[in-house]
Design a protein around this ligand. Structure first.
Ligand SMILES: Cc1ncc(COP(=O)(O)O)c(C=O)c1O
Length: 391
């Protein structure tokens, strides 16, 4: 008996996971600054509206469509109209999550071993998604210099004969960097020069700390380069348990038609989005607005708490952040980021992500800004007290 090499991931727990488990077993207090599941952060959800949205008698009928129910896709069209973007519902495909949408797109664009160019640092999801689909990743750099920027040269340098797509994340996780108009124009020009598609992940697009006219709104209506724009209600409406995302295909007509026809067959093979959530989507998008406003208020407040706490510790600083659900703290490199994270947990009971988890350079720690406010405040103050004590 043998298993596929595709799934031969290292499965042993790292030191931090072991220490966390040990503390949990011993019943010691833990200020968990990694929680980013919005349903576990004491946010107020409109329970009645959410539950009643799922009880439409229409859900008793099954009428599958590979792109998803028209009523749900029209709700997505309406959502983009609030951003002054006009879409055709026939270019929208509903999926059970953004992760599933990535899987379909990788299958659509790449033969085994071909490449997708993704940003580094990044959320670790993409390595797994690529591997599961027999796709290899190449990386371009996001560099930090008074804010995060796409290193455009590294996009050009990263492209090879086997590159099929460039991935952009708007705003990026965990850096909170939004895609600027000039960066998007450059990425499109590169994609055009090399006959590549763009995959644009906009799951965190509702979470900017402030407005900025230099940012793009969305890539969903891009008329030229073949573009797959991904989003869904897991982040935008704080409803990850409902499992509903979408991909919007746009670009030059001939490619758009062919991509849609091929995706029809891919999606028809699985028909993975359940009917109740599709009927509920118009309501979820309406109630989701209030939920995302609550989340935005939470992350803004926690960001401010973090800024104030770090300001008093000369050896600590925060990386600039335009939004998203995470904050990045820079610490002196007297320890590796894993050693810092172990120390915080062992000596202060504070659990944070070491930066290597996101492929950040050494000396970075990542905290979730979604954490319940009192836990966040106490966790952050213990964290900075620990740094002041040991340095
Ligand atoms: C940038 C980014 N895209 C997509 C996802 C996954 O979203 P979904 O829950 O829709 O699969 C995540 C998960 O945190 C993410 O960070």
């Amino acid at each position: 008996m043998s298993f596929s090499s595709r799934t031969s991931w290292p499965r042993q727990r790292n030191r931090l996971a072991k220490l966390l488990e040990e503390r949990q077993r011993q019943g010691k207090p833990i200020f968990d600054l990694t929680i980013s599941n919005p349903t576990e952060c004491s946010l107020a959800y409109p329970q009645k509206e959410i539950l009643s949205a799922l009880s439409d008698p229409a859900v008793l009928r099954y009428s599958p469509d590979p792109r998803g129910l028209l009523s749900a896709r029209e709700a997505v069209v309406k959502y983009y109209q609030t951003k002054n973007v006009e879409l055709d519902s026939s270019n929208i495909f509903l999926t059970a999550s953004t992760s599933e949408a990535y899987s379909y797109i990788f299958k659509l664009l790449c033969n085994s071993g071909e490449h997708v160019l993704v940003p580094r640092p990044s959320y670790p999801l993409f390595e797994y998604l690529a591997q599961i689909n027999d796709v290899a990743l190449q990386h371009y750099r996001l560099s930090y210099d008074h804010g995060w920027h796409i290193d455009k040269n590294s996009i050009r340098e990263g492209i090879t004969e086997s590159t099929r797509a460039i991935m952009l994340i708007h705003p990026h996780n965990p850096t909170g960097m939004f895609l600027k108009k000039s960066e998007y124009a450059e990425a499109k020009a590169i994609a055009r020069d090399h006959n590549l598609a763009l995959i644009v992940d906009e799951v965190f697009s509702e979470y900017g700390f402030s407005e900025d006219a230099g940012r793009i709104v969305t890539t969903a209506a891009s008329p030229d380069v073949l573009t797959f724009t991904l989003s869904g209600i897991s982040k935008m409406a704080g409803l990850p348990q409902m499992k509903l995302g979408w991909m919007i295909v746009s670009g030059e007509q001939r490619l758009l038609r062919e991509a849609n026809e091929r995706l029809d067959i891919l999606c028809d093979t699985f028909l993975s989005v359940n009917t109740p959530v599709q009927f509920a989507l118009p309501k979820f998008l309406r109630t989701g607005k209030g939920i995302s406003e609550n989340i935005l208020a939470r992350i803004r407040k926690n960001w401010r708490v973090l800024q104030l706490a770090v300001r008093n510790v000369p050896s600590c600083s925060l990386l600039d952040c335009e939004g998203g659900w995470y904050g990045i703290v820079r610490l002196p490199r007297v320890n590796t980021d894993e050693e810092w994270a172990l120390q915080f947990l062992e000596e202060a009971g504070v659990y944070v992500y070491p930066g290597y988890f996101f492929d950040l350079e050494e000396g970075m720690l990542v905290v979730s800004l979604l954490v319940e406010e009192e836990i966040f405040r106490r966790g952050v103050s213990r964290l900075v007290e620990h740094v002041s004590r040991v340095l």
